[in-house]
Ligand binder design. Structure first.
Ligand code: G6P
Length: 496
């Protein structure tokens, strides 16, 4: 795959090298490192290097890592390529190697074809395979071992997301001196759905190895506590879960709590005021023929994001003449994601078929209905798109948070524009002044889009101002500081 030059962030690792023997008192652990290995394609374009990893997790955690002397443990995105610890972009990185089999069974299989659909309201049917589970356990053990090797006595370890839910208990067993936090970036399902998982008990026990288990929404934390009670008989009082060791004694108290994640507000605000980015936004509008309204969708190409629902609503609005291609263009950025997983391949075919159908029916020589871009872009281009867009469409069927919604609002420094936001996102809990809707209700979605297109400027300003205030007061530094200070307050019983 050829990677656009703009996505390659560096070619060589930095001079300062993390060592195999270095010990850290703060460690972040996530499936992906903040940078992905970008392998040589063997051809003319033979440069190897590193590019920023996909997803909101990196955006959220990179600022903390550059400010601390900690290390980040994770996979570097290239199978079968063991690497020594190294430093990049001011961060010490400890790579965990995954084989081709691990990628297929642990990452594509158990993480993204079992847990991901199960935790997102079973929008796609989860698959349960014992070989996937075995691999998940083995790979979680490898991540835990990397932490055990590099964590100083009494270190704080912050484990991230659904791919690594067994790591907290593995760490606790081997290293009771550690202070262990876990944060789940995606929803946690209600026990009625979680019940389907054949390994539900092991997952709950894995998470309960942590001193603090963080979730996006209070309802996710409540779902987790209900599952802990139901599936392992844990005693839960308020937000505290009494965790027993195999001999039946209380080993520690784990706390479950919501910490809604956010974005690097300063970075987005600064980019939104840069003259070259403002000029780029003007150019984007001009390239599209200066339509009255630009609607924008920005998502990983994932079935949780409700892209087909959005396209259906837009097509019907064109069909009914409530919108015309002369007046309105939809830009849909769908960044490539998990392309070897069957459901993702099917979704891509469906979306591209629908876009082709809509454009074939409604495009003119001058105007296009949907400008579809199957790429990921650097943040500068994203901010230019946010500035160019009058209406942002976030129609996810289920989403842990949705940072794109927060980025759009932050970029609208002059308080114009409208955010159409699904009720089923974590962001809807905080952005109450968005135009909230149920994406399954296509007529409701169409009406909300039309409302956004015609939103009176004073109403748009009032809504944007209130949403911007919410985000400015709760940026990503606030998120990590809240989590880490709650973690610091937990009691670690170190008998070693
Ligand atoms: C979501 C998940 C992250 C994941 C990201 C990208 O944001 O919460 O854990 O890294 O998607 O997905 P990928 O499978 O490419 O890592």
């Amino acid at each position: 795959m050829q990677v656009p030059a703009s996505e390659i962030i560096d070619i060589a690792p930095e001079g300062r090298q993390a060592q195999k023997s270095t010990k850290y008192d703060f460690m972040v652990v996530s499936n992906r490192l903040p940078v992905d290995r970008f392998p040589s394609d063997g051809g003319d374009n033979a440069a190897e290097g590193w590019r920023r990893s996909p997803g909101g997790l990196v955006t959220a955690l990179a600022p903390i890592m550059t400010k601390t002397d900690g290390a980040w443990v994770g996979w570097h995105g290239a199978p079968d390529e063991p690497l020594e610890p190294f430093s990049h972009s001011g961060m010490d990185l400890v790579p965990v190697d995954l084989s081709t089999d691990d990628v297929e069974l642990y990452y594509e299989g158990f993480s993204n074809a079992t847990l991901w659909p199960l935790y997102h309201d079973v929008i796609a049917p989860p698959e349960f395979h014992r070989t996937w589970w075995d691999s998940y356990r083995r790979v979680n053990r490898r991540f835990a071992d990397a932490v055990i090797q590099h964590a100083d006595h009494g270190a704080t370890v912050w484990v991230q997301d659904y791919q690594l839910q067994l790591v907290p208990s593995m760490l606790r067993q081997a290293r009771p001196d550690l202070r262990i936090g876990f944060f789940n970036h995606i929803p946690f399902p209600p026990p009625e759905i979680f019940a389907q998982l054949p390994w539900r008990q092991a997952i709950i026990e894995g998470l309960l190895g942590a001193d603090l288990v963080g979730f996006q929404r209070p309802s996710d934390a409540a779902n987790f506590m209900r599952s802990a009670r139901r599936f392992i008989g844990a005693s839960v009082k308020q937000q505290q879960i009494h965790v027993k060791s195999p001999d039946g004694r209380i080993s520690h108290i784990a706390r479950a709590q919501a910490f809604p994640i956010s974005i690097a507000v300063d970075q987005i605000s600064e980019l939104a005021e840069r003259p070259d980015i403002i000029e780029r936004a003007r150019q984007i509008r001009q390239d599209l023929g200066n339509p009255k309204t630009i609607l924008l969708g920005v998502d990983r190409l994932d079935y949780t994001k409700g892209i087909p629902h959005r396209l259906k609503a837009f097509e019907e609005l064109l069909k009914e003449g409530r919108l015309t291609v002369e007046d309105a263009t939809l830009i849909q950025v769908a960044s490539p994601s998990r392309e070897r997983v069957r459901q993702y391949r099917l979704l891509r075919e469906e979306i591209e078929g629908t876009v082709g159908h809509i454009n074939g029916s409604y495009d003119t020589m001058q105007n296009t209905a949907v400008r579809y871009l199957h790429h990921s872009y650097p943040i500068e281009e994203m901010v230019a798109l946010y500035l160019a867009a009058d209406v942002m469409l976030v129609t996810a069927l289920r989403d842990g948070m949705n940072l794109v919604a927060k980025e759009y609002v932050t970029a609208r420094t002059n308080n114009t524009g409208a955010l159409v936001l699904s009720e089923f996102t974590g962001a809807a809990d905080q952005l109450k002044q968005a135009l909230l809707m149920n994406p399954h209700d296509i007529d409701g979605l169409k009406n909300t889009i039309m409302r956004a297109v015609h939103l009176p400027p004073n109403e748009s300003r009032r809504r944007m101002k209130s949403m911007r205030k919410q985000i400015l007061d709760h940026d990503v530094d606030h998120w990590s500081a809240e989590f880490l200070s709650a973690l610091a307050e937990t009691v670690v019983r170190d008998d070693t």
